[in-house]
Write a protein that binds this ligand. Structure first.
Ligand SMILES: Cc1ncc(COP(=O)(O)O)c(C=O)c1O
Length: 396
């Protein structure tokens, strides 16, 4: 089946965080202006229709008319095993799969289960803000191994500093974001192996959030950390249908934990978590019949990212940008305009009436940057970008 991702699907009045969550968005401090003319491109879900097999599976679930307590059937685990085997040649044992109603939830559980208050947790800023809150919100201490940007806007890891931080007696956990949000890096197997080796040497457990792993550019290959590393019993991996198949509202993350002791600690902290019948139906459909849709969506994202790069070069040449290797977020460097963050924000959010995400939300390293989520119909992205470009014309 061919999907038309240029189609506009009205999301207002569907309880969408992005389109109906004005109050929450103001409360989060993302912006003060939100009205019926606002274009929200801040949160990482897609304004694109999901795969038809998922829609069909959900219809079937609704038509049954009873939505009681639900189990994780064998078919659920088999779907996960087959998907990761086929896509990455990754053999996952059934016992290693732990269901969690969301990835951020799983990160918080890992912090609570595997560290003590006051312990250090490494993260690599600028990074998805809930990494910081999972650490600080649970009374642990952030050890920031900031990624380093080169002249071309590509980020890399400061391994020396990483090892220094890992060596600290009180460092117990590393929350790894791969592909990295917001910088878009897909780490090479060599980089992943090096991180895994260092953590192994210094008894640091890794929780690798790899939920953007299926969304990489055509010329990129994503290698799960456990396949790059020699030793893997200190690595926990978060996988999910949430981002890949645009079903974030169904809250379905599967945490792969090889080490029995870590799995025991994690599951005790997690407590009993049952899925919804919609979650189970969607996962089985996505992982067994979603391939065709996924390649079409990746192709569409590639096209939008290329369009963005060309548009910026022509209309906002002072914005520096790279096509991300993975994820569907773009990390826009506005520093060339020589104005402060407040003015950048004012021009985009108040004057153009487009909501992105201020770079500083991802850590102080994000000053002068904006993150845009681009998995929307291209006409909407175009309208948003034209509005923004108009507000910066005088500075070109
Ligand atoms: C790196 C990363 N992890 C986790 C999440 C949220 O995942 P979930 O909805 O499964 O909690 C996001 C959403 O943007 C993300 O980018």
């Amino acid at each position: 089946m061919n999907y038309n991702f240029d189609e506009t699907i009205e999301r207002r009045n569907t309880y969408s965080l992005k389109w109906d969550g004005a109050e929450l968005i103001k409360q989060f401090g993302i912006t003060d202006r939100y009205d019926e003319d606002t274009i929200p491109l801040f949160t990482a879900d897609m304004d694109l229709p999901v795969a038809q097999p998922i829609v069909d599976a959900l219809h079937k679930t609704v038509d049954h008319r009873i939505f009681g307590y639900t189990i994780l059937p064998d078919a659920y685990f088999e779907a996960i095993q087959k998907y990761f085997h086929k896509r990455y040649d990754w053999a996952i044992d059934k016992e290693q799969i732990v269901f969690s109603p969301g990835t951020v939830h799983a990160l918080n559980i890992a912090v609570k289960a595997l560290t003590e208050p006051g312990d250090g947790v490494i993260i690599q800023r600028p990074v998805y803000p809930p990494f910081t809150s999972a650490v600080e919100g649970n009374g642990r201490v952030v050890k920031n191994n900031a990624l380093v940007m080169d002249e071309d806007g590509r980020y890399s890891i400061n391994f020396e500093e990483f090892e220094e931080l890992a060596k600290d007696e009180d460092t117990k956990l590393f929350i790894h974001c791969h592909p990295h949000n917001p910088t878009g890096r897909v780490f090479t197997p060599e980089e992943s192996k090096k991180l895994a080796d260092i953590c192994k040497r210094h008894n640091v457990t890794i929780i690798a959030d790899e939920i953007h792993g299926d969304l990489v550019r055509n010329d990129q290959t994503f290698t799960p950390m456990v396949l790059a590393a020699d030793e893997t019993d200190h690595i926990i991996t978060c996988t999910a249908i949430n981002k890949t198949f645009n079903v974030a509202g169904l809250h379905c993350t599967n945490v792969i934990i090889e080490n029995e002791d870590l799995r025991e600690k994690f599951t005790v902290e997690l407590g009993m978590q049952l899925p919804t019948p919609f979650t189970v139906a969607a996962l089985i459909a996505a992982y067994t019949e979603g391939d065709d849709w996924l390649s079409q969506v990746n192709e569409y994202l590639d096209g939008t990212l290329e369009w963005m790069q060309e548009f910026l070069a022509e209309h906002m040449p002072k914005v520096k940008v790279r096509i991300p290797e993975g994820t569907y977020v773009m990390w826009l460097d506005f520093r060339g305009y020589g104005i402060d963050d407040k003015e950048i924000h004012d021009r985009i959010y108040n004057k153009a009436n487009v909501i992105l995400e201020d770079g500083t939300m991802f850590g102080p390293e994000g000053a002068g940057f904006q993150r845009i989520c681009i998995p929307s119909p291209r006409p909407l992205i175009k309208e948003a970008m034209e509005r923004i470009a108009r507000e910066f014309e005088d500075l070109n």
